[in-house]
Design a protein around this ligand. Structure first.
Ligand SMILES: C[S@@+](CC[C@H](N)C(=O)[O-])C[C@H]1O[C@@H](n2cnc3c(N)ncnc32)[C@H](O)[C@@H]1O
Ligand SMILES: [Zn+2]
Length: 1020
């Protein structure tokens, strides 16, 4: 029986709700720790429900939406409320599997719908997060404690207390109901913070809220220390409603501040320029040009210094002697200097050299530039001095005393390229081991935190045993409390290291961008070193340990209320999706999953940054014959192998099984024998192989009439075909529907280096591809049927990319219902010559009633014309997502389309090269020919679209019989293209309104040619 998903879902509304989850609308539990490519909850919820419900479950889409998101009329973020009991009733008892669960959006929404969920991920780090998101909030959701108002306030639990006691205010004398788990995380977290605060060493290490530091190197020319500064800006903070667009624009700044270097003897000192202070104004209207480094306020021009490093070109400038620092012995001097620091640091800590040698004989060292504080609610900058650097060295001395302690993360980074950092990859700069990514103060603080968090487990256990709990519950509960604190630590680790980056221009206040915010851990200048205790509000946004704990509590409050009331089982498994060996014969009603997108994220290598710390916080340290070693404690399966040996890093153990293309892996792991072929681990072929294996494994777990739904968001047509190959050709599934779903956040930071779209193509698969058919016959049937479906979708309000993907889904379902398509060589040809053209033809037919077979470029042009709204612009603009989806679905790549002058890049967006909308059609087409470099006398062309544009022009300047003669001439040279151009003209003339310039031009062309006679365009 077909599902609601296959009949059609209200995709527009669902996409709106999903988009609202970007930025401030993000689900609160995402703030626990960063994970890549998390899926919006609204979309996940809609998909799960629709793929479990029969197609007649709802009379109207409105009532479906009301049941999914009961608060949709009151709230912008519909994930804030649970689905309606009526919907839950319909789904009770169903079972869902997500074998690529990541941070768990899909299983979380399944459980809110009262669907039993099993979440699988290969990586221990994801496994720990999944436990925290899915299992523990429910496990203890029936346990509450009564807390007095004073304690509530001390622990920062006001909001939680209000929420769970249903009160508006918290008073000191009142008593409040608080979920026990949240209470204990807050209480023990505060215990950790207090102990750390009392620590005699730590106490003296911090006297500011955040320190901005960088690296300094010894100048090879003059021998003096010069800081290397990537950005002298400290703050460029605007009012809340004046986002982005600072270049050239004028607006009020709440804070404009930067640093200036000053030579004082042999030192470079930092001078702070804080314009709000200097001018004594709360808000400054200024024009800023960040590239030129100018700030203009009422005619006065201030200059912000230029960075003294350009790492891409491998130059730095000494701030003393002004000389350029280029080559060292074998490499760029700056890189060699940093490697020297790294080597000496290890020598120092292990007792080979002394502190003086470390600090004064290394070629590079960390240096603090500025201290940032919030004083009386005001953001204040102070220059850091050499005395401040002393604090770093004091911490270094402490670390040296504890060298050999297993809490120092001495594991190696993956020694190959993983992620998109390129030449900024940290291992190239000498950071080969995890502990080297922190300055000594940061490292010491983190290690002390690990030790404190580890004690919590014992104390919680003791307490609960005294209260009479049974030992199994005690262990689980102690584990849960410790795990949340360990995750808060992992988040702090991500925000407090020397590959963070000061972000001076967030409109809400300055902040430190975390290390994993890009798809590779990359070398940075201007990192942040954050006081672990500080909680600031106002223009400094920090992620101290205290702040991370605060986020953790908000996250938990969200999760506990999301799952309260549902009696559903959620299981988290550490397993390989290409085997699914731990499921013991279980079968599922539905599988909804989001496999990795080819080369998008090297999950294992990157999340090792968390892993090495989680392992420490959640395992035991025991003295074995005088040596301290790590022993299993909480979630031992994440940190120890089946023989009880510690897992060093994820990359060592899991990189060969992770489903992604990471070329660097093959360097270390070599080839695998697959069907007698040698395939390099980490190659695209290897990725395809493992993806196919995972489809096969999934099918064995799916009930006979169950639906498998996959998300996929890669930008390359090849990656998308890999999915078809895996699901259809290798596994024998057929596609039954497809949608374009808003998914990834297009946030600037996370998108850097990403190959993903901000939409996923979501596909439903079913069992039962069978038999064979002729490609041409299926094509004809697909156009017929899918043009009807296209009309149906249009009646439901689908347009643009939504319409396109839905019709693509229809075409795919026609072809993939057969096990084999006869008459084509490979998948590439099938897709390019049949499936995609059928989609375009079906859409054209639904819109124009005309049917025609077009080349990829013409399909792209046609689809862009009919699907993209021009708005009030002169030419259609395609955002990146629409352009890429159309390109995937026509197999014309963006680069090709640009080279062929079909589209053009214009400030970030792509513009369709079409006759501009203006009053005068002749000028418009002449202009276009000029821009495209087309000569009306030419006889050969790049594309049929070129021919179309030339013919449109000729139709204006030639008499009818002249034009016909000219067309005949062209036919002898470029016959197929001419036919295609006329075919295109016929559709455009029908679809475009006569007010559209090209609608008018094509009509004129057809009239002039008297089409209908000998020029009738051949079908098919
Ligand atoms: C695109 S992410 C899933 C994100 C998730 N839907 C969310 O909303 O958070 C893909 C996940 O697949 C996992 N993965 C990669 N190879 C795997 C394998 N062989 N078995 C299971 N999981 C794997 C990665 O660790 C990653 O977490
Ligand atoms: Zn110099």
């Amino acid at each position: 029986m077909p599902t609601l998903f296959e009949r059609g879902i209200p995709i527009d509304a669902i996409n709106d709700y999903s988009s609202a989850e970007k930025g401030p609308g993000r689900p609160p539990h995402w703030e626990m720790a960063f994970w890549w490519t998390r899926k919006p909850l609204a979309g996940a919820r809609a998909i799960i429900a629709a793929s479990l419900l029969p197609d007649n479950a709802y009379q109207s889409m409105e009532s479906f939406l009301n049941d999914l998101f009961p608060c949709k009329n009151e709230k912008k973020t519909v994930h804030s409320c649970n689905p309606s009991p009526r919907l839950i009733e319909k789904l009770r008892g169903k079972k869902l599997l997500d074998p690529f669960a990541g941070f768990g959006s899909i299983p979380l929404e399944a459980s809110r719908l009262s669907v039993d969920a099993v979440a699988v991920d290969l990586l221990p780090t994801a496994y720990v997060f999944l436990k925290a998101v899915l299992e523990y909030p429910r496990l203890f959701s029936d346990k509450f404690v009564e807390v007095d108002g004073k304690t509530v306030k001390e622990l920062g639990l006001e909001e939680v207390a209000k929420q769970f006691s249903g009160r508006r205010e918290v008073s000191e004398s009142g008593r409040y109901r608080v979920p026990m788990l949240i209470f204990d995380v807050a209480r023990w977290g505060s215990w950790v913070i207090n102990r750390l605060r009392e620590d005699p060493v730590i106490r003296d290490l911090y006297d500011a809220d955040v320190y901005i530091g960088t690296w300094e190197v010894r100048c090879p020319h003059c021998g003096r220390w010069t800081p290397i500064v990537g950005n002298w800006w400290l703050a460029r903070v605007g009012g809340a409603d004046s986002e982005e667009e600072e270049e050239g624009g004028r607006r009020g700044f709440e804070r404009l501040a930067w640093m200036e270097p000053q030579k004082v003897g042999n030192e470079i000192m930092i001078k702070i320029r804080d314009l709000n202070r200097e001018l004594n104004r709360k808000s400054i209207r200024a024009t800023i040009n960040t590239r030129a480094g100018t700030v203009t306020v009422e005619g006065t021009v201030y200059r912000v210094p230029q960075p003294n490093i350009d790492a891409r070109r491998e130059v730095a400038t000494c701030l003393h002697c002004g000389n350029q620092i280029r080559k060292g012995k074998a490499d760029w001097y700056v890189k060699e200097a940093l490697r020297d620091w790294s080597t000496k640091l290890e020598q120092y800590l292990s007792g080979v050299i002394d502190l003086n040698k470390l600090i004064n004989e290394s070629l590079a060292r960390p240096r603090l530039l500025v201290k940032v504080k919030i004083i009386n609610g005001n953001l204040v900058f102070e220059p850091a001095t050499r005395d401040d650097d002393e604090k770093l060295w004091k911490a270094a001395e402490e670390l040296r005393k504890m060298w050999g302690d297993p809490d120092i993360p001495t594991e190696m980074f993956a020694p190959y390229q993983a992620g998109t950092a390129g030449t900024f990859k940290i291992t190239l700069w000498g950071f080969d081991k995890f502990y080297k990514l922190f300055n000594p103060r940061q490292l010491l603080t983190l290690i002390k935190l690990v030790k404190l968090i580890r004690q919590i487990g014992h104390m919680v256990e003791e307490e609960k045993l005294k209260e009479g709990w049974n030992s199994e519950d005690v262990r689980k509960y102690a584990g849960a409390v410790t795990i949340y604190l360990a995750i808060a630590l992992a988040r702090f680790v991500d925000h407090n290291n020397s590959v963070t980056l000061l972000h001076p221009s967030n409109p809400m206040g300055i902040e430190i961008a975390h290390a994993l915010s890009m798809r590779g851990i990359a070398m940075q200048w201007n990192w942040g070193d954050t006081n672990p205790f500080v909680i600031t509000r106002g223009l400094l946004r920090t992620n101290s340990f205290s702040k991370c704990l605060e986020k953790e509590i908000e996250a938990l409050a969200y999760l506990v209320s999301a799952v309260s009331g549902s009696s559903i089982r959620v299981k988290v498994l550490l397993d390989d999706a290409s085997e699914l060996s731990k499921l013991e014969g279980e079968k599922f009603d539905v599988i909804v999953t989001d496999p990795p997108y080819r080369d998008d994220v090297a999950y294992g290598e990157l999340s090792d940054f968390y892993y090495v710390w989680l392992k420490r916080a959640l395992s035991e340290v025991a003295d074995v014959g005088g040596v301290l070693v790590r022993k299993p404690r909480f979630l031992p399966e994440a940190f120890f192998d089946e023989f009880g040996n510690e897992i060093d890093t994820q990359w060592k153990r899991f990189a060969v099984r992770e489903i992604s293309e990471v070329e660097g892996r093959s360097k270390l792991f070599g080839n695998k024998n697959i069907n007698d072929k040698k395939v390099p681990v980490g190659s695209f072929d290897y990725f395809k192989y493992l993806l196919s294996e995972s489809f096969k494994a999934m099918v064995t777990r799916l009930k006979d009439d169950g639906v498998l739904v996959t998300y996929y968001a890669h930008t390359s047509p090849d990656a998308w075909e890999a999915l078809l190959e895996a699901g259809w050709q290798r596994t024998g599934l057929r596609i039954s529907a497809a949608y374009a779903l808003a998914t990834e956040s297009p946030q600037r930071v996370t998108a850097r280096g990403a190959t993903t779209l901000d939409m996923s193509i979501v596909v439903a698969w079913r069992r039962g591809a069978s038999g064979e058919a002729l490609a041409d016959e299926v094509y004809a049937k697909a156009v017929e049927l899918c043009s009807e479906e296209a009309s149906g979708y249009r009646r439901q309000g689908y347009d643009g990319v939504n319409l396109f993907v839905a019709v693509l889904g229809c075409a795919l379902s026609q072809f993939t219902q057969y096990r084999k398509i006869v008459g084509v060589k490979g998948l590439g040809e099938l897709v390019e010559r049949y499936i995609y053209p059928a989609t375009a033809a079906a859409i054209a037919k639904s819109l124009a009633g005309a049917e025609t077979k077009l080349s990829p470029v013409s399909q792209f042009y046609l689809l862009a014309k009919v699907l993209i709204d021009r708005g009030r612009a002169q030419r259609r603009r395609l955002d990146r997502t629409s352009a890429v989806i159309l390109s995937i679905g026509t197999r014309a790549t963006i680069d090709q389309l640009r080279a062929l002058r079909v589209i053009e890049k214009a400030d970030g967006d792509l513009t369709l090269l079409e006759p501009a909308q203006s009053r005068d059609r002749r000028t418009s087409i002449e202009e276009l020919l000029r821009e495209k470099g087309l000569n009306p006398q030419a006889t050969t062309f790049r594309t049929a679209v070129d021919v179309l544009h030339v013919l449109e022009y000729l139709a204006l300047v030639l008499k009818s019989d002249e034009l016909k003669r000219r067309v005949d001439e062209l036919r002898t040279r470029s016959g197929a293209m001419v036919d295609e151009a006329i075919g295109l003209a016929k559709i455009l003339a029908k679809v475009l309104s006569p007010e559209e310039v090209e609608g008018n031009l094509t009509q004129k062309l057809l009239d002039s040619l008297g089409v209908g006679g000998i020029y009738e365009f051949a079908k098919g």
